[in-house]
Design a protein around this ligand. Sequence first.
Ligand SMILES: Cc1cc2nc3c(=O)[nH]c(=O)nc-3n(C[C@H](O)[C@H](O)[C@H](O)COP(=O)(O)OP(=O)(O)OC[C@H]3O[C@@H](n4cnc5c(N)ncnc54)[C@H](O)[C@@H]3O)c2cc1C
Length: 355
Amino acid sequence: MAGQSLAMSRLVVVGAGVSGVSAAAAAVAAGATVTLLDQGRQPGGRLGLRRLPDGRPVDTGAAYLTARSDHFRAHVDDWRRVGVIAEWTDTIDVVDGDGWHRGVPGPMRWAAPAGLRGLVEHDVATLVERSGVVAEQTRVVAVLPDATGVNVVAAPWPTAPAPDSAPATSPIPAGEPPQVTYRADGVILAMPGPQARRLGPAPGPDYEPVISVWAGYAHREWRAFAAAFINDHPILGFLADDGSRRGDGAAVLVAHTTADFAAAHLDDPDGAHGPVLAAVAEVTGWGGEPSVSGVMRWGMARPIATETAPFGWCGDRVAVCGDSWHVAAGERSRVESAWLSGRAAGSALAGLDTR
Ligand SMILES: Cc1cc2nc3c(=O)[nH]c(=O)nc-3n(C[C@H](O)[C@H](O)[C@H](O)COP(=O)(O)OP(=O)(O)OC[C@H]3O[C@@H](n4cnc5c(N)ncnc54)[C@H](O)[C@@H]3O)c2cc1C
């Protein structure tokens, strides 16, 4: 039965990154009722966001998105109409052993004035307000299919105050809260394969890590650029000018490390801070001291392989989707592949096969 249209009317989507929210939207459009669960304080997954002390957002996960397919372009147009996305640049520079080279114009890279995470937050709010989607913050710990449906077992994060500070009259018992079970006809695991495998057998490639280091400076003295791919560097893989990306000219840079460098610092990401900032100074030729900076660790940043299939099946009632799926041969995983994969999984499980 796996892979056929099953017309499931009650779906649970686990993961509210790009793929999960797209899956939820497609399932609702096909007539399903959807519960969307994510362990994060905000939806968005790898659309990472940090804020400067004055509240200004900095993208610390995905740097931008591109839109090549008609379906995703139409969705980007919707985002543009409501003002949550904006064109950034079509030109990314290249830095290699011979120095800094002006990039060749390519596809438009889109950015979001409030951060890319705002795109997913916008879509979740729309689904909740207009389509009755229930969105909850909870960590799923098991997905248990049976003959007639699936039990999704979740362990909400403890909300009780620590025992020391709990007032005697607190209505919330301290300690681990009880588990909650959601019953569904079908489940979509919208997350990297290795995360899905914590919940049960699931297909999908392993992922490699990246560490992001962001830094705000009192002023900018580096060359004018939007972003640069850093080739053959032991530490840096990518550098973005966040002031260019956000259009406010703020003196903020965001560096992404190579996978090898990140793997060596996963247990001590703060130890990456100094070496990355030194590498940024080397590459930009400017050694200003940041007034504010931080580190973000992505243990599963990018899949090490991709699938052309739109999504995968874990038995008859459970599908897995995300950025490693729906990738044409020779292409790379990206925000767009996550969105397309989620859309295909949501449509298929809800009974409307749009693959
Ligand atoms: C540093 C970095 C730079 C990148 N740069 C780019 C770029 O420039 N352009 C581009 O197109 N792409 C880029 N990407 C990739 C892009 O971010 C991803 O392709 C996309 O965000 C993946 O979305 P997703 O929904 O598949 O997965 P995710 O965003 O990982 O979402 C999975 C969600 O599942 C939740 N979850 C997992 N397990 C559980 C559980 N047990 N219970 C509840 N919730 C759970 C997580 O909290 C998460 O929110 C980058 C990624 C990183 C990390």
